[in-house]
Design a protein around this ligand. Structure first.
Ligand code: MIC
Ligand code: SF4
Length: 665
């Protein structure tokens, strides 16, 4: 039987398990890892705690792109110093702040078709645009991959997305993934890989494919992937990396667990309305809505193709309708954050930078920036139109702001008109972006690991504070329900981003004080309550922990004494992070039991006989004295049960890894 691309890569990298059965546990070898600074500090502290002299991967890269802005205080600079020295010492490439966004840079400079990539960022699947099997994970799983351990996951279902036809003018890759989000929702990809095939594939360049794979993360998918073909060759050749190319396509008789068909020629400009990436409508339906901001960039839409398109739209506007028509509207504040220094070089060299400056754009750093609330927060109750991938409440840095997600074309049209605008209505002729034959490559801020690692001292300033792993799990978990939340709770709700909290990522005692702080007005101070009560439980609804890979959403609750989360279902990365830090992800056997539990109830859970898929009894004691029992279940593998019993993965695996590498205790 023929294989699809996903199956080929998994089969090639299989270490354990049966890849032919979707849903069954497998382990795969990881060729490359990437980290970014906001998750990287923890990942390297975990790696150091394993006491391994050098990374065991083919390639590991540490990028600095998130924490590039700080209002006073040395935290970010301290983190960057730690990251730079730790990389030099342990055999890791280091990309300094200013170089660009990890996913854009990895695509440009390091990704290789057919390889596996594990990254401590949920948008790692961006590299699927190059035909890599690229998966997002918590920092601990990435640290383990750097130590040469395989990555454990459930064999995903492979959804074949058949692309036919060709995108029409002013409709682009972002609209394709918004269309999938409209059809499938933020839960639609759980346990699945989205593999693109069909005649429409060859009409999309690598950066366009990367945009689609990037935002597959918002479907909750394990990853997304395109084949490696002539387009991939052309991209790698233009990067001077054609030697890394290999063809990788599904066999002609390959099958998929499910097939979705998209006719590219039928897609129109789409936009995700507040506050979820799947709240998608055609742009024309909300055309004319007045907005305050336009932000162009992020790992979804900051490539050469995207920024050039924006510039060319302004340029044609100027040529056709005069300079006044090619200005950012008076009511709009507009900003661009290029994906990499290389992209910025092109804008400068080809005159596009000047066009955009003339138009009135602010140029921000080549970094995540506003996407994670690092500057450019909207005004109170402001409306912001962004080419990003997430529009969760509060993520922009302004709690009551409303964020819309769209393509660079729609963002450019909106910036010109000051109201949400369908780019097809500007009266412009079709713009075709031709990819350069040779990209400008500037690696002045990318450093190879040290040749003499023994001489490198890892610099750890006092703002960097690790945590004590949890002791082995007791037989009974007892405590209060500290918080009860609804469906689709994101990790941004659990540990918010933004310029105030992000700099604390390497300091667990400090950052844990912000756990669930977004709910503080309604529910009080979670951290204080948890510490006063000696820990307890979290109750959640469906898809608990969706969104980012930040393991702080598990480490901080662990630090505050949370013993288990009881939810209707969990998002993949967060579920894995909870297990890694010794917090049991229980699932309600009967979903209606969710309604029977309230904040302030006491739970007693006997976990002595915790088994994969078994039933665990939970006694619920109401403050009124009423008492009853509900049943909990789990979808844990035996390995995950053992990790939980050990009190977390550091206890479970540290010794095993050291033994394998022959390191003395
Ligand atoms: C995000 O987009 O939410 C982030 C910030 O990149 C996160 C990682 C983090 O929280 O550090 C992600 O997507 O995993
Ligand atoms: Fe950075 Fe935003 Fe991409 Fe996360 S989603 S990696 S914050 S640009």
């Amino acid at each position: 039987m023929g294989l699809n691309v996903t199956q080929k890569i998994i089969k090639n990298h299989l270490v354990e398990g049966d890849w032919t059965k979707p849903g069954s546990p497998i382990a795969i070898r990881i060729d490359q890892t990437l980290t970014q600074d906001a998750t990287g500090t923890m990942a390297y502290l975990h790696f150091e705690a394993m006491r391994i002299p050098k990374v065991q991967t083919e390639l590991s890269v540490s990028y600095v792109d998130h924490n590039t802005l700080q209002a006073g205080g040395p935290e970010n600079a301290n983190d960057h110093l730690f990251l730079q020295t730790v990389a030099a010492k342990y055999g890791i490439y280091f990309s300094k702040a200013g170089s660009g966004i990890c996913h854009q840079l990895h695509l440009e400079r390091f990704g290789i078709p057919g390889k596996t990539l594990l990254g401590s960022d949920s948008h790692t699947p961006t590299a699927g645009g190059l035909g890599m099997l690229a998966i997002g994970a918590g920092g601990m799983d990435v640290a383990l991959a750097m130590a040469g351990e395989p990555f454990y996951l459930k064999m995903p279902k492979v959804v074949g997305v058949k692309l036919v036809g060709k995108l029409r003018p002013f409709v682009s890759a972002k609209d394709v993934i918004l269309e999938l989000l409209r059809r499938l929702s933020v839960k639609g990809g759980l346990g699945k890989v989205f593999e693109y095939f069909g005649p429409g594939v060859k009409t999309l360049t690598v950066p366009e494919r990367a945009t689609i794979c990037n935002m597959g993360a918002e479907l909750g998918a394990t990853t997304s992937i395109f084949p490696s073909d002539e387009q991939t060759y052309a991209f790698l050749k233009a990067q001077g990396r054609e030697r890394e190319w290999r063809r990788l396509e599904a066999d002609p008789d390959a099958t998929y667990d499910e097939i979705i068909e998209i006719d590219l020629s039928e897609i129109e400009p789409l936009i995700a309305c507040p506050h979820s990436p799947d709240n998608v409508v055609p742009v024309r339906e909300i055309e004319g809505l007045e907005v305050d901001q336009v932000a162009i960039g992020s790992c979804t839409n900051s490539s050469y193709r995207d920024l050039k398109m924006v510039a060319q739209m302004f340029k044609q506007m100027e040529e056709k309708y005069g300079p006044k028509a090619a200005l950012v509207a008076r009511n709009i504040s507009a900003a661009i954050s290029p994906g990499s220094k290389n992209v910025l070089h092109h804008l400068v060299a080809e005159g596009d930078y000047a066009v955009l400056l003339r138009a009135g754009f602010r140029f921000l750093e080549c970094a995540c920036g506003p996407c994670i609330g690092m500057g450019f927060a909207p005004p109170s109750k402001g409306k912001s139109v962004r080419t990003f991938n997430r529009n969760f409440e509060g993520r922009s840095g302004t709690k009551d702001a409303e964020v819309y997600l769209c393509s660079p074309e729609t963002a450019a049209a909106t910036a010109m008109k000051g109201v949400i605008t369908d780019p097809r209505n500007l009266g412009l002729d079709e713009i075709k972006i031709t990819m350069p034959e040779k990209f400008i490559v500037d690696e002045s801020l990318i450093y190879a690991p040290a040749a003499n690692p023994d001489e490198v001292e890892v610099i750890k300033k006092p703002t960097i504070r690790y945590f004590e792993p949890r002791p082995p799990m007791p037989d009974v978990l007892e405590g209060e329900v500290l918080i009860k939340v609804g469906d689709n709770i994101t990790t941004d709700h659990i540990i918010p981003g933004g310029a105030k909290i992000l700099p604390l990522r390497s300091n667990i005692p400090a950052i844990s004080q912000y756990t669930f702080s977004i709910f503080e007005d309604e529910k009080g101070n979670f951290a204080k309550k948890a510490q006063e009560k000696g820990g307890g439980f979290i109750v959640g609804g469906e898809n608990y922990g969706q969104g980012s890979s930040r393991e702080h959403a598990a480490i901080c609750p662990m630090y505050l004494g949370v013993k288990a989360v009881l939810a209707k279902s969990f998002a993949r990365i967060h579920r894995a992070n909870l297990i890694n830090f010794g917090i049991v992800p229980f699932i309600f056997k009967n979903k209606e039991d969710y309604d029977k539990i309230d904040e302030g109830d006491t739970l007693v859970i006997d976990v002595k006989d915790l088994t994969p898929g078994g039933i665990t009894k939970c006694t619920v004691k109401k403050p009124s004295g009423e008492e009853f029992i509900i049943e909990l279940t789990n979808d844990l593998s035996q390995r995950e049960v053992d990790i939980l019993k050990a009190g977390g993965i550091l206890n479970y695996v540290g010794e095993k890894v050291r033994k394998r590498l022959g390191i003395q205790e």
